[in-house]
Each structure stands twice: as structure tokens, then as C-alpha cells.
Design a protein around this ligand. Structure first.
Ligand SMILES: Cc1cc2nc3c(=O)[nH]c(=O)nc-3n(C[C@H](O)[C@H](O)[C@H](O)COP(=O)(O)O)c2cc1C
Length: 168
């Protein structure tokens, strides 16, 4: 029987993986059995009665692996409640235009599988860890660096989402 919840994510530098772990941890507190996995490691969706799927935003878009995961599994995902989350740095500034842009990173996956909820969370950027190309981009657009993840906001979102993906 499908009785578990999947939290699946893509990440380039690990900060979205930690957000996914925090989401999983919060769901477990409610007594739910949860698997937190990179999208590339998910073999079989049949044990899952709901899924939370996320990606960091790079140049306005989700990482391709999360998109591909949803594309590949759209048939099954349409039969269970699904929530999406995006992690991005611009979100830390929080204006409505910026939020709309961050939300647009999910347009494609929303067309494939309509989520019961979406979340947008500020992320983390450490320039010393970036690849040469990413560092060049970040320098060019003068992106700010730091850890802007708001664990309390993530926990509150999970609380709000829980009743939709795992009704008691
Ligand atoms: C090259 C590059 C491009 C980025 N583009 C965006 C963007 O368009 N919008 C945004 O909100 N954040 C952007 N970010 C910030 C990342 O989404 C943020 O650092 C995120 O936490 C990274 O997640 P990860 O550690 O899981 O890879 C960008 C970061 C880099 C390095």
C-alpha cells in the first residue's frame, strides 16, 4: 500500500538538499513515514501516497533534473497530491515582482502536474564554493552572498501543506 511521502529535490551546491531534509523532518514529526531523496535516486513511486518536489532556481528556472523527473513520472504524480517548492536568492528581497518571477520558475512543471500547493524559499550562496562559470555569473549580476534560508518559514509551510498532502 502507498503509505509513504516522498520529498524529492535537485541541488547544485547542497542548500536545497538541506531544505528538503528540513521538510522531511517536519513531516516525520507528524508521524508520517518520509523518504528524502535526490530526484535522480528515486526508482519507484508506487510506495508514495504524496510527493513534495523541489529545485533551486538558476537563471530563473528550475534545474532540469527536477523538471525531467516530473515529466517522466507525470502519469503517476497526477494520481497523488503533489506540492512544489523553489529555492532562490532573489526571493530574500521579497517584492511581489520578484516573487512572481520565482513562481514562474515552476510554470512548466505546473502545466505537467498541477500541485496542491507551492512554496518559495530564500536560499544560500557561498561564492567560494561556486564553479568558475557560476562565480562569473554571480559576479556579473552582483548577486549577494550568504545564507538566507528561513527554517521557521519552511516549517510553517510544511504545517500548511500537511493537511493537503496527508490528511489525518
Ligand atoms: C549562477 C547562478 C544563478 C542563479 N540564478 C538565480 C535566479 O535566477 N533566481 C534566484 O532566486 N536565485 C538564483 N540563484 C541563487 C540560487 O538559487 C541559490 O543560491 C540556491 O540556494 C542554490 O541552491 P543549491 O545550493 O541547492 O544549488 C542563482 C545562483 C547561481 C550560482
Amino acid at each position: 500500500m502507498a503509505d509513504r511521502i516522498l520529498v524529492a529535490y535537485a541541488t547544485r551546491y547542497g542548500s536545497t538538499a538541506e531544505v528538503a531534509e528540513a521538510i522531511g523532518e517536519e513531516l516525520r514529526k507528524a508521524g508520517i513515514t518520509v523518504d528524502v531523496q535526490p530526484v535522480g535516486e528515486v526508482q519507484d513511486l508506487s510506495p508514495y501516497r504524496a510527493a513534495v518536489i523541489g529545485s533551486p532556481i538558476y537563471m530563473g528556472k528550475w534545474l532540469p533534473e527536477s523538471q525531467v523527473f516530473i515529466e517522466k513520472n507525470q502519469q503517476y504524480l497526477r494520481t497523488i497530491p503533489v506540492a512544489y517548492f523553489a529555492v532562490g536568492l532573489t526571493v530574500a528581497d521579497g517584492g511581489p515582482d520578484i516573487l512572481r518571477k520565482a513562481e514562474a520558475s515552476m510554470d512548466q512543471v505546473r502545466m505537467l502536474v498541477n500541485p496542491v500547493e507551492i512554496g518559495i524559499f530564500p536560499g544560500k550562496l557561498e561564492s567560494s564554493r561556486l564553479s568558475f562559470t557560476d562565480r562569473a555569473i554571480v559576479t556579473m549580476i552582483r548577486a549577494k552572498t550568504g545564507d538566507f534560508r528561513d527554517w521557521e518559514a519552511i516549517r510553517s509551510w510544511v504545517e500548511a501543506v500537511r493537511s493537503k498532502i496527508a490528511p489525518a
